[in-house]
Design a protein around this ligand. Structure first.
Ligand code: ADP
Ligand code: MG
Length: 582
């Protein structure tokens, strides 16, 4: 950061007081003279950007607390995963203290101290970073005014009393119970390690015994408190592991291949699948899903009618449309349930995935399965859709892509499953043998589609640079998150409601910046989508999220290639040139 690398001169606290005195009562714009760094003794306060108006987006502040003051022991940041786990705790505490300790000090946002509160998922964030040298925190403050005049007294209280108090109570080791810090460090490191082991164990997911999967409500991601049935692995799928911290875990390993989750309505199927979806991320201690992990490239697939699709090869699933439209490069501004689901699978394969997650609750039935009777009435030659049931094994056998599928309604899937898990009153049983036996006794007599479209690599989709515009009025690079679910790019809104593995507004914001960054660097009319996405992710891996926001004005959180691609794929203006594979 700027202060640490010493590019900006660092002024004294007295200088800050003098500058405030000078501008007291003047028009708000005079606050701009405060921009700069100040040594407040225990930490450096850097006013990076000053708002133009008390009602505008608040001003941006970075603070730097050297480790000599912060006092975090080296075990708390000795690995990246530990540092991220502890930074999550600090950001959560900072956000809460800021909300509690800051108070209105005039008009508009005057007096506010704000940092995004992290959710249940532990993500790398620009808001708080912990290293051997110290802690950097980035947040916003509303510089005080009465009307539109500067209130220097209130500003002094905000910057020299409120902010230091929040910093003292959240960014120093002494403010915490050391065991809490240790838990945040170790759990995050353990979960990261556990996820990394899955492929070598032949697994795509692991769910620890004792995990609490249900959430408090549909709008509250915290764990259910009353009456939660904690997870317990069935003996046949039980695995024991020893984590880096020395902690021993027992739990259920879900093997690679095709896995069904069956069971009666309301018995907890979707809850298990949702935990697996979010298992691509680590969770904070106490969440209940700390040791529910999924391979990092797992993608939730669902129907999403109405979405746009640009030049996607749907032919493995949809062919011979009555209109004669070629589905090898299919575009629409209004997809149906089945076409949207086919597009989602093809897009996931394009970006790269080793596990698809599908819930019947959000899947298009005609996309998933067609039974024997319907096959008789409407023969294959008259039906454009090859249902997923006929592709799911091919996906695994030719591409190595596993699937976990919630199906309460169709036993036809027994024929294609490697593992069948049943939920009964929120308890898991392994019913693989029983399902096999039933499949033997009652053949489905479906006629499976046997041609294999997954051996050929799919087409390359090259975005037309002129179809991705960030122009909005005079601004050439406009990208704004409007909550987690909506991203505005230029004048176009991207609907991300169905992108369920996007979990925090700071990710949406980062993806907005990533699209702008991709436009500047990589969207050149030659690179195909997966290459563009990979190039952005590589830059972030190498140089951090700051490459997307060099001035550090935004709270950004880490995101996956899958969600960046999902956003680009849902941009309604997107046009692509379709090329044969290189
Ligand atoms: P299904 O998909 O089988 O119909 P859901 O997963 O939607 O069932 O779960 C139904 C309800 O049961 C939800 O309100 C959910 O929060 C609750 N639930 C799920 N799993 C558990 C559990 N392990 N303990 C307690 N309640 C649970
Ligand atoms: Mg369900």
């Amino acid at each position: 950061m700027t202060v640490r690398t010493g590019t900006a001169p660092v002024h004294t606290a007295d200088e800050l007081r003098r500058r405030l005195q000078r501008i007291d009562g003047r028009g708000y714009k005079a606050y701009k003279t405060l921009q700069g760094a100040y040594d407040l003794g225990d930490f450096v306060l850097h006013l990076v950007h000053v708002q133009g108006d008390p009602f505008a987006t608040p001003s941006r502040v970075h603070v730097w607390v050297p480790q000599a003051v912060a006092g975090f022991p080296s075990w708390s940041y000795q690995s990246e995963a530990r540092a991220i786990g502890v930074a999550h705790l600090l950001a959560r505490t900072f956000a809460e203290k800021a909300r509690r300790l800051s108070r209105p000090r005039g008009s508009g946002h005057s007096g506010r101290i704000e940092m995004d509160r992290p959710g249940q998922e532990v993500l790398p964030r620009t808001a708080v970073r912990l290293t051997a040298e110290g802690i950097e925190a980035r947040f916003s403050v509303g510089l005080p005014a009465y009307g539109r005049r500067i209130d220097a007294n209130e500003a002094r209280a905000l910057l020299l009393e409120d902010v230091p108090r929040v910093v003292r109570e959240s960014l120093r080791f002494a403010a915490y119970d050391p065991e809490t810090v240790r838990t945040f460090a170790e759990v995050n490191e353990d979960a990261t390690w556990l996820r990394a082991q899955l492929p070598s164990w032949g697994l795509v997911a692991f769910v620890a015994n004792g995990a609490c999967l249900p959430r408090r409500s549909g709008v509250d991601e915290r764990p259910l408190e009353e009456g939660a049935v904690l997870f317990k692995a069935p003996p046949s799928l039980r695995r024991e592991v020893v984590l880096p911290s020395g902690r021993r875990l027992t739990g259920m390993g879900i093997p690679a291949g095709v896995t069904l989750i069956v069971g009666g309505g309301y018995h907890g199927k979707s809850t298990l699948l949702r935990a697996l979806e979010r298992g691509v991320y680590n969770h904070e201690p106490g969440d209940g899903r700390e040791f529910v992990v999924t391979v990092p490239d797992a993608v939730k697939i669902r129907a999403e009618d109405g979405r746009s699709v640009a030049g996607v090869d749907l032919s493995p699933f949809i062919r011979n449309l009555p209109s004669g439209i070629d589905t090898r490069a299919f575009s629409t501004t209004n997809a149906s349930g089945s076409t949207s689901q086919a597009a989602a699978i093809q897009e996931a394969l394009e970006t790269g995935t080793s596990l698809l997650l599908i819930d019947e609750d959000t899947a298009a039935t005609n996309f998933m399965v067609r039974d024997r009777r319907m096959q008789r009435l409407v023969p294959g030659t008259q039906e454009p859709i090859t249902p997923f049931i006929d592709r799911v094994r091919q996906l695994y056998e030719t591409r190595g892509v596993s699937t976990i599928l919630v199906v309460g309604s169709s036993g036809d899937f027994f024929d294609v499953a490697d593992t069948v898990i049943k939920l009964h009153e929120y308890r898991v049983e392994d019913v693989t043998e029983a399902a096999r036996e039933i499949a033997r006794q009652f053949p489905s007599e479906r006629t499976p589609v046997t041609d294999n479209p997954f051996q050929e690599p799919s087409v390359r989709r090259v975005p037309d640079p002129s179809s991705v515009s960030l122009q909005k009025g005079k601004r050439s690079s406009y990208a704004r998150a409007r909550g987690r679910e909506t991203l505005q790019i230029g004048t176009t809104l991207i609907d991300l409601r169905a992108v369920e593995q996007l979990v925090h507004v700071a990710q949406t914001r980062a993806i907005g910046q990533a699209l702008a960054y991709a436009c500047r660097r990589y969207l050149d009319g030659h690179r195909p989508i997966p290459e563009i996405v990979a190039a952005v992710l590589e830059d972030i891996d190498r140089a951090g999220l700051d490459v997307l926001d060099p001035k550090g004005l935004l709270d950004l959180a880490g995101f996956r290639a899958q969600e960046l691609a999902a956003a680009l794929n849902r941009l309604r203006t997107l046009r692509v040139r379709v090329e044969p594979p290189a």
